[in-house]
Design a protein around this ligand. Structure first.
Ligand code: FAD
Length: 318
């Protein structure tokens, strides 16, 4: 069976969930071979093996330390040359997309970004994408070189599948460009303790109907009762009620959680573009004619200031 390279997103050896989802999808199209780089790379092997990685190619070097992408591209290129895989899968994070794009140029391959599903075919892996503000679903296949595919978080349920997870050292020779950029300062953002928006299994979002920065506390309370991330519409962000880093939509982040709860959001096309692939959508809106109700699985017509706190209390009792 052909091998499929999976780029491992980890922090000091702790593997992030989107990588485990990639391993699950990779098994549909071949045998997963993980590529883990930087500090803690070898420590990822146990988790990756539990989730189907037959081999874990690791490399650690000072070049990987500063979150720069070019050294990682150098390493993935070395892995492609060593393995000749059927495809390379990379998580669709901001960093992942840059790595994937640079890799595709390096190895002269086609690329598919933001896939939400993968299947095997005789001609190679077929990726499903949601396009044109989620108005269409397309299936595409790379017709040139080794397919490089980025996959959106929450595209697959993680499935364990014990495999060898044998650690092998990957020899990497760094290109001149790898040392061309230096990180000069780093400022850590204060942690909210909530999951990262694009990776969260549940997202609770607020829009103009929330009517003020201070009122986002009720959205946050519902999110915290569910262990969810908080999102916001552009109207709420533009009003200065919530940070732009939490904006969901065409000019914000694209999310695909198991559950998306929209409160006081009308459902404009640009908002839908960032959340329409969510598995289950719930909306709370006082206007029964709001367009968001066209795409929901469950809709509550009501005042969010009554409905959201009641929902939070109910969830807390469970
Ligand atoms: P509104 O459309 O004003 O809707 C507010 C809703 O809240 C209404 O449906 C109302 O009935 C309801 N409501 C009010 N009070 C209550 C209450 N007490 N209880 C319950 N419901 C209540 N938008 C995004 O979100 N993300 C993007 O990335 C984005 N990108 C854009 C890019 C471009 C190029 C353009 C032109 C627009 C973009 N927009 C984006 C803006 C988008 O068109 C909408 O203007 C925006 O999504 C509206 O936000 P909203 O639903 O919060 O506000």
């Amino acid at each position: 069976m052909a091998e499929v390279l999976v780029y491992v997103d980890h922090v000091d050896g702790a593997v992030r969930k989107p990588t485990l989802e990639l391993l699950t999808l990779a098994r549909r199209i071949g045998e997963p071979v993980a590529v883990a780089l930087g500090n803690g790379a070898e420590a990822t092997a146990a988790t990756l093996g539990e989730h189907g990685a037959v081999r874990v190619l690791t490399a650690d070097a000072p070049e990987f330390a500063d979150y720069l992408v070019v050294p990682k591209v150098d390493a993935l290129q070395a892995a492609v040359e060593a393995v000749s895989p059927a495809a390379v899968l990379v998580p669709s994070s901001a960093e992942g997309k840059e790595i994937a794009a640079r890799l595709a140029v390096r190895i002269g391959s086609g690329i598919i970004t933001d896939a939400v599903d993968l299947e095997a075919s005789d001609e190679g892996p077929v990726a499903t994408q949601s396009v044109f503000a989620a108005s269409f679903t397309t299936k595409s296949r790379v017709s040139k070189g080794t397919p490089v595919i980025t996959v959106k978080p929450n595209s697959a349920a993680v499935e364990a599948a014990p495999a060898a997870g044998a650690v092998e050292q990957l020899a990497v020779s760094f290109s001149e460009k790898a040392t061309g950029t230096k990180v000069t300062a780093r400022t850590a953002r204060e942690s909210t303790g909530r999951p990262e928006l694009t990776e969260a299994a549940i997202v609770v979002s607020g829009g103009r109907g929330v009517n003020g920065a201070e009122n986002f506390a009720i959205i946050e309370a519902l999110a915290d009762s569910l262990g969810a991330a908080v999102g916001a519409s552009r109207a709420a962000v533009d009003a200065g009620w919530y940070p732009h880093s939490n904006q969901v939509g065409q000019t914000g982040k694209s999310v695909s959680p198991q559950l998306y709860i929209a409160s006081g959001i009308s459902g404009a096309i640009q908002h839908r573009a960032g959340m329409q692939t969510s598995k289950t959508i719930v909306a709370i809106n006082k206007d029964a004619e709001a367009p968001i109700f066209d795409l929901v699985d469950y809709g509550v017509v009501g005042d969010l200031f009554e409905v959201v706190p009641q929902l939070t209390e109910e969830i807390k009792t469970r």
